[in-house]
Design a protein around this ligand. Structure first.
Ligand SMILES: Nc1nc2c(ncn2[C@@H]2O[C@H](COP(=O)(O)OP(=O)(O)OP(=O)(O)O)[C@@H](O)[C@H]2O)c(=O)[nH]1
Ligand SMILES: [Mg+2]
Length: 472
């Protein structure tokens, strides 16, 4: 927790294995804190290390036996990742060797680092702001190359810079408003209604909207979307999952009720990470196992960002019903258009031109009320590309070349900032209420400052850094 961390920061020396545990050529134990240098000297029997130079050494146990040999790197405070004295011990990447090295370092006075503690110390010592610290974790966890490169851009400070520029604009605006309140009607000019403040405010609102749009793309890049495939038994849901995954992931048979449990797979298509979930076909059943599967399907359906309702064009629209009526039947009520994409499957079996025409006409009617249908064949692969494009369009995923990674937390803060600015705008233009404009702007600045960590509560910091891996 941050309280403990702050207390410990600068006092204790922490250590952790910084590389993945397993077989590798090199494994790194990292130390940070006031005793790091002395520990490295005792461990290696050396009396000094030159900062930023690699020193080849042996690492010794207390009884003089050799644990391993490798390189010692010394980063002298404040010129290190954490801002404290940092030592890197680069030994061999074996599990036993690394654990012996770590145990010896503890014996010499270091303590086990908690998750994210190195990054927290860097943040605490102003080496990184919150956006940059989060970008490290996001770069490590990235599931697509676009997400990884945007995280690295955020780490280099591009996103923070945009936020800081906005903060400066806001502070400037607040100064103007405060001055207008303190010196009303100076030389017969009413500063609050002379238009200057309104112009500046509207300019800031426009910038927030731009940053919000960039951040929305960044959040999609980072988190992807949860897509659930649902429909009647035998519609071809599992076949679609396999098509999208590019491998035979789910069992497909002609038996209705093949899929019992939910099955998930993550794929990256057109740069967007899709967390796909295949579900049991929805129908009334006496079978206990199938019923549990259907309950799980319903839970997944509720949690989906996007629902793909898969139906068999040759069978599922009985007695002239429409796909939207089918959706209503299957899900209890018609899901909102922005959450639902209708997949007309087995289009390869539509041969009569009348059938084709009917499917297309239905499509037109649905479009008129905002719903969308894509005709596909999981058998031939027809329409699958269109489906992926439709998915990206549905969530508004069109990342610019130089996108920046962002989190839901950032989007929330930006949205709140935008709301406070709208309030300020109303107070200014409708009520000319200077004090209230000032208060809304203060809250806008506070929300925006949460993003880089200028005004973050301790429990939020605990949550953010606690989700990092140990050694980071
Ligand atoms: N002709 C044709 N057959 C398909 C197509 N898609 C799936 N099928 C067949 O339809 C049958 C059912 O496919 P599944 O993918 O198992 O259907 P499902 O919706 O997962 O079924 P449940 O798991 O039982 O709910 C299989 O025999 C598939 O080969 C398609 O596009 N065209
Ligand atoms: Mg299935």
């Amino acid at each position: 927790m941050p309280d403990e961390r702050s207390e410990k920061s600068g006092l204790t020396t922490i250590a952790a294995i910084a590389t993945p545990i397993g077989r590798a050529g090199v494994g790194i134990v990292r130390l940070s804190g006031p005793k790091a240098y002395a520990i490295a000297c005792k461990l290696t029997d050396k009396t000094s290390f030159t900062p930023r130079q690699a020193h080849f050494c042996r690492f010794y146990q207390a009884d003089g036996s050799i644990i391993d040999e490798g390189l010692v790197l010394y980063f002298k405070a404040p010129h290190s990742f954490t801002g404290e004295d940092v030592i890197e011990l680069q030994g061999h990447g074996g599990v036993i060797l690394q654990n012996h090295l770590l145990a010896r370092v503890f014996e010499l006075g270091a303590q086990q680092a908690t998750a994210g503690e190195f990054s927290y110390r860097a943040f605490d010592n102003d080496k990184l702001d919150l956006v940059q610290a989060e970008a490290i974790a996001d770069a490590i966890d990235a599931t697509s190359s676009a997400a990884a490169s945007s995280a690295i851009r955020s780490l280099s400070g591009e996103f923070s810079q945009k936020i800081n520029q906005l903060l400066e604009q806001l502070i400037h605006l607040r100064l103007h408003v405060e001055a207008a309140i303190d010196f009303p009607d100076e030389e017969d000019v009413d500063f609050l209604s002379d238009g200057v403040i309104q112009d500046k405010l509207e300019h800031t609102q426009a910038r927030i909207r731009q940053v919000l749009a960039t951040a929305k793309q960044g959040q999609l890049l980072r988190d992807g979307i949860h897509v659930v495939l649902a429909g009647r038994p035998n519609a071809g849901k599992s076949s679609l999952l396999n098509r999208l995954a590019g491998q035979e992931r789910a069992i497909v048979t002609e038996v209705a009720g093949t899929t019992r449990d939910t099955l998930s797979e993550t794929v990256v298509l057109n740069g967007l990470t899709l967390h796909l979930t295949d579900t049991a076909g929805l129908r009334d059943t006496e079978d206990t196992v199938e019923r549990i599967g259907i309950e799980r399907a319903r839970t997944a359906i509720e949690q989906a960002d996007i629902l793909l309702m898969v139906y068999d064009v040759t069978r599922d629209l009985v007695s002239e019903s429409t796909p939207l009526q089918l959706a209503e039947q299957l899900f209890g009520k018609l899901p909102e258009a922005k959450r639902l994409l209708i997949i007309a499957n087995k289009s390869d079996l539509l041969n009569a031109s009348d059938d084709q025409k009917k499917a297309i006409d239905t499509d037109k009617q649905m479009r008129e009320i905002g719903y969308e249908q894509v005709n596909v064949s999981c058998e031939t692969g027809a329409g699958i590309d269109t489906l992926v494009t439709a998915l990206c369009d549905k969530v508004g995923f069109h990342p610019p070349e130089n996108s920046l990674i962002a989190r839901t937390r950032h989007l929330d803060a930006l949205k709140r900032t935008a709301e406070y600015l709208s309030e300020a705008h109303e107070q200014l233009t409708v009520f000319t209420a200077g004090e209230l404009v000032a208060e809304s702007l203060r809250q806008a600045q506070q929300s925006l400052g949460e993003i880089t960590g200028e005004f973050s509560a301790d429990d939020l910091l605990g949550k953010i850094f606690g989700s990092f891996c140990i050694g980071k």
